[in-house]
Design a protein around this ligand. Structure first.
Ligand code: GLA
Length: 522
């Protein structure tokens, strides 16, 4: 049988007619194809979107494209992300790029639509998520090589970094991120230090003033990290903070970029540690973010160890705070890389659901917390306005039961007496700072009511009656359940009152989202 051909005259005629009809269309297609050939590689090149950060630095997104007719390949490097283009179609008049990157166990994807305008501008748009507003941007041609991902430096072999002897109790202080994010600068840090030194917080034990992301500038010709315009002189700032009897903390990433897209410490770990020491820095928060472009989660430990070694080599006591969102069971190795604390979760938000969701999820991690090495369920939101005072008391109580770092995240210059009182409740802080450093655990739960207990020095205990429901509820503690026999001394740490012994059980009505925090001692 022949493979093709006209079996019957009618079919053949029809076929000819279709071919004839198609010829003018073919003509149009050919013309279009010629146009395409014309723009077949017009998108090829290195393109950059530069958005000024108002501190002399830019938020940069690079599109390194190779166009072959309707196919576009290459990569997109956007602040802390590095996407390979896995779907790239279209031409100068309209194209779609889908970038994909591995991030731990998940894959991130980012989609852009764009077109070439006037030969030298790419007009692009994207959405962070399908339900968020369209972000529009204009890219211009950039020199080839600019913005290219640096070569991967293999992770070092694992070893144990000796304990630095710091943070025998959970660090206490303040961090800029929750309230100020990218709007933090030298003047604000100084005034926050002034506030902490004069409003009773310092006396209550708060000492670290930690600058989070967005202080970073570019590197100089020798590779030394510089500050951006918001921080004209970090050494002078450290002197100022030290002059108040406080300590200064800073932030970086093991990746080429930080979460906000600023310069990270990648390939400059020792150099940066020396710079921090020279400036007089006392605390480093080291945030995974940009490192995910070069390393797998399995390599995290080695990468964190690198900075642990670098900090140690400076000879300056610098608290080392690991921030990698609790991935890779960090509590099992955080201490081995010299970490004094390690984040156990993603970012906290100033909302009851976020704070309580994080706080009440920490039960399983209790055994990993000890003097010098603490689980970090993230910074405080107390006073930022998204929760009620009752909820903030729960936040403070829970973080104290958990032996969590107490890093205030509000505007210390401007807070109500009630918020200041929550942050400086010395009886609650004494629970947090108990020198045995044992993290508390849930010892009873019924529906939305939970009792958590933390063992304290000298055989005492902190017992928290938490009510996670919206409505007030009566919660009873049976002392025998907690191993308390006979009578004991009871004190309510929010009312600052001793409570008479009421027999084998103590019960209290706890407001919705509230807490009754007791100290029980013989
Ligand atoms: C991450 C961290 C936050 C904060 C920001 C800064 O999201 O988890 O605590 O440091 O980065 O960019």
């Amino acid at each position: 049988m022949r493979k093709s051909g006209c079996k019957r005259r009618v079919v053949c005629t029809l076929g000819m007619a279709i071919v004839l009809l198609a010829i003018p269309r073919l003509g149009i297609r050919l013309a279009a194809a010629q146009q395409d050939t014309h723009g077949a590689d017009k998108l090829t090149g290195n393109w950059v979107v530069k958005v000024p950060n108002a501190d002399g630095t830019f938020r940069k997104t690079y599109f390194n494209l190779k166009q072959e007719n309707q196919r576009i390949s290459g990569y997109i490097r956007s602040t802390q992300f590095y996407f390979q283009i896995v779907e790239g179609t279209g031409g100068p008049d309209g194209f779609t790029l889908v970038g994909a990157m591995k991030d731990g166990n998940t894959e991130r994807r980012q989609r852009y639509e764009g077109k070439l305008v006037g030969g030298d501008e790419l007009h692009l748009s994207t959405r962070r998520r399908p339900d968020t507003p369209l972000i529009e941007m204009v890219a211009h041609r950039a020199p080839e090589g600019e913005g290219a991902m640096p070569a991967r430096i293999p992770p070092p072999a694992l070893h144990k970094v000796p304990d630095n002897g710091l943070a025998r109790t959970p660090p206490m202080g303040w961090n800029s991120w929750n309230k100020f994010a990218g709007r933090i600068d030298d003047v604000t840090v100084r005034s926050i230090a002034d506030a902490m030194a004069s409003n009773g917080m310092k006396e209550a034990g708060y000492v670290y003033i930690n600058i989070d992301d967005t202080w970073e500038g570019e590197r100089d010709a020798k590779g030394n990290i510089q500050t951006n315009k918001k921080f004209p002189d970090m050494k002078a700032l450290a002197n100022y903070v030290h002059g108040k009897g406080l300590k200064l903390g800073i932030y970086s990433s093991p990746g080429p970029n930080t979460c906000a897209g600023y310069e990270g410490s990648y390939g400059h770990e020792e150099q940066d540690a020396r710079t921090y020491a020279d400036w007089g820095i006392d605390y480093l928060k080291y945030d995974w973010c940009g490192a995910r472009t070069l390393y797998s989660d399995a390599e995290m430990q080695a990468i964190y160890q690198k900075m642990g070694d670098a900090l140690r080599a400076t000879g300056r006591p610098i608290v080392y705070s690991l921030c990698q969102y609790g991935r890779q069971d960090v509590w099992k190795w955080g201490a081995d890389v010299g970490g004094n604390l390690w984040r156990t979760t993603g970012d906290i938000q100033d909302k009851w659901e976020s704070m309580s969701g994080i706080g009440f999820r920490q039960n399983e991690l209790a055994e990993w917390s000890k003097p010098g090495h603490f689980n970090d369920p993230d910074m405080l939101e107390i006073g930022n306005g998204g929760m009620s005072e009752t909820e903030y008391k729960t936040h403070m109580s829970l973080w104290s039961i958990l032996a969590a770092p107490l890093l205030a995240g509000n505007d210390l210059r401007n807070m109500s007496p009630a918020i200041l009182e929550i942050l400086t409740n010395r009886e609650v802080i004494a629970v947090n700072q108990d020198r045995e450093g044992k993290q508390g655990k849930q010892t009873w739960k019924s529906g939305d009511q939970e009792i958590w207990t933390r063992q304290l020095t000298g055989g005492a205990a902190a017992v928290a009656l938490f009510n996670r429901s919206n409505e007030a509820a009566k919660i009873a503690v049976r002392w025998a359940d907690l191993g308390v026999s006979g009578t004991a001394h009871l004190r309510d740490l929010w009312l600052h009152q001793d409570i008479g012994w009421q027999g084998p059980e103590y019960s209290a009505t706890v407001p919705g989202h509230g807490v009754v925090l007791l100290r029980v001692s013989k």
